[in-house]
Design a protein around this ligand. Structure first.
Ligand SMILES: [Ca+2]
Length: 491
């Protein structure tokens, strides 16, 4: 009897050991984002002289997707699409004034999915959209909310956790009084250590220094180079004013653009006009460059923290920006257009599961593809809701083919991007077509040329067949931050 007991115990122990050995050792994920960073990154060659040594070294050790696009050229819909793995045209999440949790209650976000599949899930800074109500704490095991560089500007109902303090003297630093509040730039009277993005990096670095019983998913969301474009002096010093050049913007560029495209470009036009008429265009461009390099330095700190840690070899690194940014091209500042300047973003994946590091992938890909890619790289079951396509074939083989990327802005407006072409169809059926190889600035709309009729039809096959009605605006809900509950007004 006693012998049997021992045998049984030994059997159970050896079975447990066999199970443990058979269980795949899943990689960790370090998911790092920046905000409104366009392709003015060294490895993407978007702006001569821009300094991004840390992003560039990540591109060298990993895979740079040199033709990557957001799912929607605006923070909230871009992030909702990426983190829910569904197109804006499927969910109806199109703008910054919508809440996803109460309108798509059965969605399982990327962090939640990792949590449900045995990962320890932690986040800091801006991962989901940064206004209250878009980042339910239940998504995370650990969460550090975003720390703003301009707490005096942040309204209490949208940022209830923000400790509002008076503005330091001299605000706005750009000297443009009565300008739109958030659109400021300059050097804050802070030490570098006091910037909000440093808080997120500090959280990430401490997290990486620890050992973890479970595999982890760590999301670090940086705010820079989003407006206000505040950065420490040393980053401005890297860009002497006399060396700053303005992006090329022919005055007649919008003449061959349909009315809807012109309307998108005219959004917040007054800010562009004010920057130009006050002679501050170069100053604003310089500030954007300084903020890109500041964000790059933050990324560098995090990569160093990972390299020093015990997790260096078993962590997939993903680096992405939620959308691009115009700096006067097509008479536009901001994003919210379907052109390259708004949709083209840096995307790098490094670590286990990637091959041929340093060889750029040129297929058009989407941020929508990240959710299924990470499940694939981590050996987790597919989420049947995901509408993107795993990038693992391209991570293994730089030449692997894939369908075009689709970008949506507001209801019924889409761009289809291939390696060579961009086809735009607005909801009134007007069109644009660009040969992005011959015409990288998208100055010549070829949609009216009969020679391209067949090509347009081929590209149009990739337009979404569903154009979901826009979800209700946040103003239709009472949201309680303390309990994270939403109540539809009048119901
Ligand atoms: Ca953004």
């Amino acid at each position: 009897m006693r012998g049997n007991m021992l045998t049984r115990r030994a059997f159970l122990a050896s079975a447990a050991a066999a199970t443990a050995a058979a269980a795949p050792s899943r990689p960790n994920v370090l998911f790092v984002s920046v905000d409104d960073m366009n392709d003015w990154v060294g490895c993407l060659r978007g702006y001569p002289g821009v300094q991004t040594p840390n992003i560039d070294r990540l591109a060298q050790r990993g895979v740079l997707f040199a033709n990557a696009h957001c799912a929607s050229p605006l923070c909230n819909p871009s992030r909702a699409a990426l983190l829910l793995g569904q197109r804006p045209s499927t969910t109806g999440m199109y703008n910054n004034d919508q809440f996803w949790p109460p309108v798509i209650p059965d969605a399982v976000s990327m962090p939640m999915y990792f949590k449900q599949n045995g990962y320890h899930v932690a986040g800091a800074g801006k991962v989901f959209h940064h206004t209250a109500g878009n980042n339910p704490p239940s998504q995370w095991d650990e969460l550090q909310l975003q720390v703003f560089d301009d707490p005096w500007y942040r309204r209490a109902d949208w940022y209830p956790w923000n400790k509002r303090v008076p503005a330091p003297p001299g605000i706005p630093l750009n000297g443009l009084d009565n300008f739109q509040g958030e659109f400021d730039w300059g050097v804050l009277p802070y030490q570098e250590q006091a910037y909000g993005d440093q808080r997120a990096i500090e959280f990430g670095s401490k997290f990486l220094a620890k050992s973890h019983a479970k595999p982890f998913f760590l999301a670090i969301g940086l705010w820079h180079p989003h407006i206000p474009m505040y950065a420490p002096q040393k980053y401005f010093d890297l860009y002497p004013p006399e060396k700053v050049t303005l992006p090329e913007a022919p005055a007649d560029d919008l003449d061959d653009v349909p009315k809807m495209g012109q309307e998108f470009a005219a959004f917040r036009r007054s800010e562009h006009e004010r920057i130009v008429s006050t002679g501050k265009h170069k100053d604003a461009v310089r500030s954007y460059l300084a903020c890109i390099t500041f964000a790059d330095a933050m990324v560098g700190q995090l990569l160093d923290a990972l390299d020093k840690s015990a997790h260096a070899k078993n962590t997939v690194i993903v680096f992405w920006s939620d959308n691009g940014w115009h700096l006067g091209e097509k008479q536009h500042w901001h994003k919210s257009t379907l052109w390259q300047r708004s949709t083209h973003i840096p995307l790098i994946i490094a670590g286990p599961g990637t091959a041929k590091p340093g060889v750029n992938r040129t297929q058009a890909v989407s941020l929508l593809d990240l959710y299924p890619t990470l499940l694939d790289l981590c050996g987790l079951p597919k989420n049947p809701r995901n509408e993107g396509l795993s990038l693992v074939p391209q991570l293994r083989n730089p030449k692997a083919k894939r369908p075009p990327a689709v970008i949506t802005y507001l209801e019924g407006n889409h761009a289809v991007r291939t390696e060579r072409w961009r086809y735009i169809r607005y909801r009134d059926n007007t069109e644009e077509l660009y040969d992005c190889v011959a015409d990288p600035h998208e100055w010549r709309n070829l949609a009216g040329d009969p020679a391209h009729t067949k090509l347009k039809a081929e590209l149009a096959r990739h337009l979404p067949t569903t154009n979901a009605k826009a979800q209700p605006q946040r103003t239709e809900f009472d949201f309680d931050f303390a309990t994270n509950t939403y109540r539809r007004k009048g119901k």
